[in-house]
Design a protein around this ligand. Sequence first.
Ligand SMILES: NC(=O)c1ccc[n+]([C@@H]2O[C@H](COP(=O)([O-])OP(=O)(O)OC[C@H]3O[C@@H](n4cnc5c(N)ncnc54)[C@H](O)[C@@H]3O)[C@@H](O)[C@H]2O)c1
Length: 324
Amino acid sequence: MKILITGGAGFIGSHLAERLLKRGDEVLVLDDLSTGDLDNVRPLESNPKFQMKVGTVLDPDTLKPLVEWSDMIYHLAAAVGVSYVIEHPLHSLTTNIRGTEIVLELANKNKKRVLLASSSEVAGKKNGKAMFNENDDRVLGPTTVTRWIYSTSKAVDEMLGLAYWREKRLPVITVRFFNVIGPRQSADYGMSVPRFVKQALLGHPITVYGDGAQRRCFTDIEDALDGLIALGDHPHTPGEIYNLGANPDTNEICIKDLAHKIKDLTESDSPVELVPYEKAFAKGSYEDLNYRVPDLTKIRKTVGYEPKISLDMTLRRIIEYYES
Ligand SMILES: NC(=O)c1ccc[n+]([C@@H]2O[C@H](COP(=O)([O-])OP(=O)(O)OC[C@H]3O[C@@H](n4cnc5c(N)ncnc54)[C@H](O)[C@@H]3O)[C@@H](O)[C@H]2O)c1
């Protein structure tokens, strides 16, 4: 197939491009390099089935011929990362909402299949320890807390995708990623794993925000790609939303333990320091979630998804990447 990946010079997009090329697809990446990096796709440049265009999804003139060329679009371009969104709230809303609207509008002209990258953030916060299901109520804090911009923008994207499917029969598949990690994920935009690895390797304090008791479930990029491509290919996934994450038995951990695990694996002398939220983020811009773990029933049932890679194995690969 001819596949357009928006945001393809980013972390997930560059790994996806590599996988799709390996199975014989032609891949065209559009990326404005805001958080992505040309180095991520450099090794693909010699492949005649790969093309890279620097530009924004916000420009319909740039996007139109690329959509027309493609058989399918993986729309991953977005303003990503809690720190990034808090620092650029308006840009984030515009990129995530208008960008998706433009992609869907152009895709609809030729009824091109679209996979939309959404986020576990859409579900918001939850009390107690229950797995996040696709159909849970969304529970968000007040609009004064900038953190919820990302969740809100991705929720609007999901609703746009569903509306295009219901009203126009545009095949749109929506995937909610849960804390995907791996080599090439940037440490610069608030993602805890690459930030801790970098701090540990540089001998800087490993800074954990809040009390570190927040629990997350980290997904290896290779497992995420298995699920993502299976959903992208499956005939019955359009019009549906799917969680994509890891198995809590092997990959759930509290953030303080994660910091200590990374310190041990890197044999670092760095101290693990707790930083109050008020120091890490502008006042009133942030509130945290205590617990976030995916319910994978739906994706398992639909495409037989089974994540296989343990957190320790993924962390070792990320450490090797940062060391090199
Ligand atoms: N990594 C995760 O755990 C995770 C979790 C939830 C959702 N997601 C979603 O997955 C997608 C990919 O995220 P990622 O982790 O690879 O982050 P990333 O920052 O590495 O990738 C996003 C890419 O989009 C590009 N981009 C941003 N604005 C653009 C624009 N206007 N036009 C063209 N390109 C633009 C960036 O330069 C970057 O390369 C995003 O939609 C993100 O919201 C990721």
